[in-house]
Design a protein around this ligand. Structure first.
Ligand code: SAH
Ligand code: SF4
Ligand code: F3S
Length: 424
């Protein structure tokens, strides 16, 4: 039987797509192996979001395609298409983000070619087959209509498409039966989810999703700050099964830079959303993305970002250094911040955020919260890892329960951003 190894770069949506490809292929009689060297085929599911992400994928493809039959999928496949075929003789197919539903046929095809046309099948209805997992994810909408000027995603993932509510609920139901306890709903911008057929928005979807048997907690990302509605915040406040967590990317604290980025909100609007979340959902965690060194960002703009981060105190932030992406509006702007300044700003805010994240973790000491036990401790086998309803990891003594149990935990300490606790 042919063996396939899948290497995934990029975000959770790519991980979910890889799971679905694995599901399709195992259904067609292929074995999914965890050992790259033992594989007959290697599928590389790629990311295009930053230059660095592409470079990593390219070097992996270069090495793998010397020894194996390689299929390149994902966002970089969608972007570069034929260039990949030309550059790597060992690559036998390039499969865009709309076309992997046919992966079982594509893998057999001898002729080297690109598959990057229109969506062929409702790939949403292909479910991953995975047993024994506690935490999983599923896509509720994909694509993006926002066109932030730095971002490649709208070009590689296409326009926003929301998935049918019934298809999502059916998948959640199956996951519940399989033993999943926590599910993350994914979308480039979940706030603009809208199921036209049933006239259901994202809050409506969540209110139905919490009723699914077996699933104890639901999370979602990403929320775009410009259309994070009061209704959504109120829904999270009202439904105990919804995690008390928002991932709300700030990108910049300067109105001038936000405008250049085409983010369509101001720093003041962002602050207002944070205040509303904290007013209605005490203890809610808020995480963010910050992009430093965007074209036109001056010291004064960067300082405003730093001040926002100090004022808001995010529980965690993913901080990135801008890299120009071909084909975006940003490509036409002068990449005005030199590399040295970009790096200085990056390190500066990384250091600040590290302290804030640690303080935010320590602030939990003494608090009680629900946590789902999800894995044995990675570093210490005498411990179990559990995940709190604010999306933090808490380490509890082994023997406090079994994997999949929900336990009430009192936080007793913090190790950097991880919490330590005991079951009460
Ligand atoms: N849909 C999400 C995030 C998509 S990409 C949102 O709207 O926020 C994830 C993060 O990568 C972005 O939030 C941004 O901070 C970063 N990013 C996107 N394009 C980038 C680029 N050209 N260079 C560096 N970072 C980038
Ligand atoms: Fe990219 Fe902006 Fe869309 Fe997020 S909202 S995926 S950053 S274009
Ligand atoms: Fe995700 Fe990267 Fe594509 S962040 S949507 S895999 S460009």
């Amino acid at each position: 039987m042919h063996k396939v190894y899948i290497k995934t770069f990029g975000c959770q949506m790519n991980e979910y797509d890889s799971e679905r490809m694995a599901g399709i292929l195992s259904g067609a009689g292929y074995t999914i192996t965890q050992d790259e060297h033992d594989a007959d085929y290697i599928i590389v599911n790629t990311c295009s979001v930053r230059q660095h992400a592409e470079e990593r994928a390219i070097s992996f493809i270069g090495a793998a395609s010397k020894k194996h039959k390689v299929i390149v999928a994902g966002c970089m496949a969608q972007r570069l298409q034929d260039d990949i075929i030309k550059r790597f003789p060992g690559v036998k197919a390039v499969v865009g983000t709309f076309n992997f539903a046919k992966i079982a046929e594509i893998i057999k095809e001898e002729k080297r070619r690109v598959y990057a046309g229109e969506e062929q099948t409702d790939v949403f209805n292909i479910r991953p087959k995975k047993e024994g997992e506690i935490r999983g994810f599923t896509t509720v909408m994909q694509g993006c209509d926002n066109f932030c000027s730095y971002c490649i995603v709208p070009y590689v993932r296409g326009r926003e498409r929301s998935r049918d509510k019934d298809s999502i609920l059916e998948e959640l139901g199956e996951m519940g039966k399989m033993g999943y306890k926590e599910v993350m709903l994914l979308g480039q911008n979940v706030n603009s989810y809208f199921d036209r057929k049933n006239s259901v928005n994202f809050s409506g979807l969540l209110r139905e999703a919490v009723k699914v048997d077996g699933i104890k907690r639901i999370k979602f990302m990403t929320s775009h700050p410009k259309d994070l509605s009061d209704e959504l915040i109120e829904t999270v406040a009202a439904e105990p099964k919804l995690a008390r967590h928002f991932h709300l990317p700030l990108q910049s604290g300067s109105d001038r830079v936000l405008k250049l980025m085409n983010r369509k909100y101001t720093a003041g609007h962002f602050m207002g959303r944070v205040e509303k979340i904290r007013e209605l959902i005490p203890g809610c965690s808020i995480t963010t993305d910050i992009l430093v060194g965007f074209s036109g960002e001056e010291d004064a703009d960067f300082l405003q970002t730093v001040q926002m981060a100090e004022k808001i105190k995010f529980d965690a932030a993913y901080i990135f250094k801008y890299s120009v992406r071909k084909g975006t509006a940003g490509e036409k702007m002068e990449d005005s911040v030199n590399e040295k300044v970009k790096l200085e700003r990056l390190n500066n805010i990384l250091e600040l955020q590290k302290k804030i994240s640690e303080n935010m973790a320590s602030a939990n000491i003494g608090r009680e919260m629900d946590a789902i036990i999800c894995a044995p401790g990675r570093a210490d086998r005498g411990l179990l890892e559990a995940v709190t309803d604010t999306n933090k990891t808490v380490l509890i003594p082994a023997g406090s329960g079994k994997i999949g149990d929900t336990v009430r935990v009192r936080v007793t300490g913090a190790r950097r951003v991880m919490l330590e606790g005991e079951v009460i």
